[in-house]
Each structure stands twice: as C-alpha cells, then as structure tokens.
Design a protein. Structure first.
Length: 478
C-alpha cells in the first residue's frame, strides 16, 4: 500500500514549484514579491472553507475511491492552468491555476489519511502517518533541487528565457501530477478488490463537523490554534522566499541556495517518524513544543542578525519543524471529546490556511518595501507570539489539571484505570439488566396462545390482553 505515499509526494512536488523558481517567475512574468507570494495565498484561500467539508464530501458524497480520483484531477487541472498562465504570459491565469490546485491539494491529503486509517490499525498507524509526511517532504525536496535545472535545460533548448520557458518547465513538472492521478486509480482498484475479497467496508474519515461545537472549545484548544498559526507563518512563507534570500545575503549560487532552502524538508523526511515515536514514548507534549518554538526562534535570529554559516540555522529549523509537528497536532485529541475531533481539526486547518494566505501576502509586501532584515524581524515576531501562547498553554494546563504535559507512563496508567472503571460500569449495567429480567414474569402457554391468535388477527376480549399475561390467566381460572 505504498500508493498513498506517492500520491502525496507528487502533489507536494508541485505545491512548492513557485519557491524553486522564484527568480524566474518574478523576472519572466514581471511581478513583484507580493504578487509572487499571491501564488501561495491563492492555494490557501479555498482551504479556509474546504477543510471543514473535505471529510464530509468523502464520507457522504463521493466515497473514498471516487473522492481521491476527483481531487487528483483538480490537482492535475490546476497545475496545467498554472503552466498555461505562464505560457500565455497571463499572471491572473497562474493565480487561477493555483486556486484550483488548492481545491484538490488539501482534500487529497484528507483522502490519503482516510485510506491509511482504512488499511492500517493501532500502532502501525503512527508509523504510516510519519511515512506519509516523510514522502511529502521528499517531494518538496526533489522539487527544490530539480526545477531550476529543468528550467535551464528548457532555456538551452529554446535559446531564450521568458514566459514560454517558464510555462514549459511548469508543464514538465506537472507530469508528476499525472503520476499522482495514476496512483489514485490504482488505489481505487486495489481498495475495491479488497472490499470484495475481505468483505471490508469502504474507508470513511469519521469526521463529524458541527460548527456549533466551536463555542465549547476550551482555552487550551484556542492556544493550540494560536501556536499553529503563528509558528507555521514563520516557516512556510520563509521557505517560499528563502532561495533569493540566501543568494542575496550569503552570496550563494542558485544551486547552493536551492539545496539549503530544501534542508528543512530533507531533515523532516527521516526525523518525523523518529520524533513521533519519541513523543509517543516520553509524553510531555508541551515541553517538546516549547523546545521546538525556542529552537525556531534561535534559527531566525541567527539568519537575521548574523552572517554565520546558514546551514547551522537551517538544520536547527528542520529539526524544530519536525519536532513541533509530532508534538502539537496530537494535543488536540487530548483537549476535545472524540465527537468534536473532526470540528477541531477542521477549524485548526482552516485558520492555518487563513493565516498562511494573509502572512504570505504580508511577507511579500514587507520584502518589497523594507527588505530581508525587516522580513526576518517579522518572522521572529510571529515565533515570539507562538512562544507566548506555549507558555500560556503550560500554565493553563497546569492550573486546570489538564493532561497535555503528562508523561507517557502516567497517561497510559490513567487510561488503564479509566478502561477498568468503564468495564466495571458495563458489568454492573448488564447485571442490573439480568436482575430485572429475572423479576419479570415468564410467559406461560395461555399468554403465548393469545399472542399467536393476535398475530393471526383473531379478536380477543379486553381481559385477554397479552400484556397482562399471568394475572389475566389467573383471574379467568377463578
């Protein structure tokens, strides 16, 4: 079942196409940085809403197999329109392509997670989700390091640089989306075959989205949302603008800049499963999140105010990014009841996309008007807000007696106690039902005969009501 991993890898390959070709896009399309970053914003805008409905569409409308194929088609069509916009020298068409690509991209991730939950259970699932994230980051890494080379080869072939060269490069990159669609079709065939052979049901997300649940969200959950938005706002937009940053500040070549800009994803690929296992074994989620945020802040400060070798700061950022993802997202399940998980995760992804869309445009405007130093100070401010939210979460969790910072051993022990209590309550409930059943009068031949005659439509006297059973029988005998 490696196909979900490949599907995810190909969509993430194309997601970061703009970051790998920032210089070429701005030069060939004659756009400033704010307009360039709108390519990321337009990807995020549809997912402010779709994060709530992706699971519903898969569960109730399309089904997992058809849903995956449809979302893969959206990804393919979006990438083709994106490339056509460059070929026709129409930047608005490139924005439209990214919007369509975004409609399919995030919902495709929901579908892949549904396949994973359908095919793998228990302890296997943590490893599977870690491998999915790893494959996604491998796709981004390959994109960062190969798209510039493809552009150079196309330029050599055509003999000039311009919108046509950019469009053909993006079209070649879009071939990977066709591979993703092929994987979706193979997955649908394998899942349908398994359904017949193993008599298993088609996978469902299990998400139950109720917007009214938002009013019941705890302060801890809102703080988790703030950490998520502020942290990722300082990572993804930075990577989107990172290549030119390393070229201008550290005088890297284009190839060197692409390599260092992708190191966050390179580190994340192998480390995500490792950190996931570590957090599962140790617990203490808030402490891990705090370590990740502080390390990220140190990384941005080094990049902003020093000329130290940027490989150090970027490696630290890669480690911190991997650690935060493994420690932050599972905390949602600790602070909301199971029936609200779909709403909580949907809302978290929604405001994350809203934040990324706004921050992407803001980062482009800051870079156009103030330069990279102010941009790095802006990213440091975002991480500081995330740090304040983590500290607040620690104290809120402590004073409310929450379990976010429990050790894994303590959590496992309390879960066993809770399971034992639940089993005892279930045993008492069944015992009470048995006792009540013994107190009820057993039906005799007379009452059984009356029930049989009633079913046949025979008219019985009122005092022959089957519900009176034994008492009526005795009164007749007297």
């Amino acid at each position: 079942m490696g196909h979900p991993f490949w599907t995810k890898q190909r969509s993430y390959f194309c997601y970061d196409n703009p970051a790998a070709l920032q210089t070429q896009v701005q030069r060939d399309m004659k756009v400033n940085t704010a307009q360039f970053m709108s390519l990321y914003a337009w990807y995020s805008w549809p997912n402010v809403v779709l994060c709530f409905f992706g699971g519903f569409l898969i569960d109730r409308v399309f089904g997992i197999r058809l849903g995956t194929i449809i979302f893969s088609v959206f990804v393919c069509v979006g990438q083709v329109i994106f490339a056509l916009g460059a070929l026709l020298n129409a930047f608005w068409l490139m924005d439209a392509g990214r919007f369509i690509f975004g409609i399919g991209g995030e919902s495709l991730a929901v579908a892949q997670n549904t396949y994973a939950v359908s095919w793998f259970k228990g302890k296997e699932l943590n490893l599977v989700f870690g491998l999915q994230l790893s494959m996604a980051r491998i796709g981004s890494t390959v994109n960062m390091n190969i798209m510039g080379w493809i552009y150079s080869r196309v330029q050599d072939l055509l003999g000039y640089a311009g919108p046509s060269t950019l469009g053909l490069t993006l079209m070649i990159g879009g071939v990977t989306c066709l591979f993703s669609l092929g994987c979706a079709l193979i997955l649908a065939y394998l899942d349908r075959r398994a359904e017949k052979l193993l008599h298993k049901e088609q996978g469902k997300t299990g998400e139950v989205i109720k917007l009214t649940d938002v009013k019941d969200f705890s302060l801890s959950l809102w703080l988790i949302f703030v950490i998520c938005v502020c942290y990722y706002a300082a990572v993804f937009p930075f990577i989107g603008l990172g290549k030119v940053f390393f070229i201008e500040k550290f005088r890297f070549s284009s190839q060197e800049a692409s390599a260092i800009n992708s190191i966050v994803y390179i580190i994340s690929a192998p480390m995500s499963p490792v950190f996931g296992l570590l957090v599962d074994k140790v617990g203490k989620n808030i402490i891990w999140v705090l370590c990740a945020v502080v390390t990220t802040l140190a990384s941005h400060i080094m990049l902003a105010f020093t000329f130290w070798n940027p490989w150090i700061a970027m490696c630290l950022l890669g480690v911190a990014y991997s650690l935060l993802a493994c420690a932050l997202w599972p905390m949602v399940a600790f602070v909301v009841p199971e029936h609200q998980l779909g709403t909580a995760y949907g809302f978290m992804q929604s405001i994350q996309n809203l934040g990324l869309a706004i921050i992407a445009i803001a980062a482009g405007m800051i870079l156009d008007t103030r330069g990279y130093l102010f941009l790095e100070v802006f990213f440091c401010a975002c991480v500081c807000l995330s740090l304040i939210a983590v500290v607040m979460l620690y104290f809120v969790n402590h004073f409310t007696g929450g379990d976010l910072n429990w050790s894994a051993k303590k959590r496992e022990k309390l879960q066993k106690v809770a399971a034992t209590e639940a089993e005892e309550q279930e045993r008492l409930r069944r015992q009470n039902e048995d006792d009540l059943a013994k107190l009820q009068p057993k039906p005799d031949g007379f009452s059984l005969r009356n029930k049989y005659l009633s079913k046949l439509g025979a008219q019985l006297p009122d005092n022959y009501s089957s519900c009176l059973s034994t008492m009526v029988h005795r009164s007749v005998l007297k």
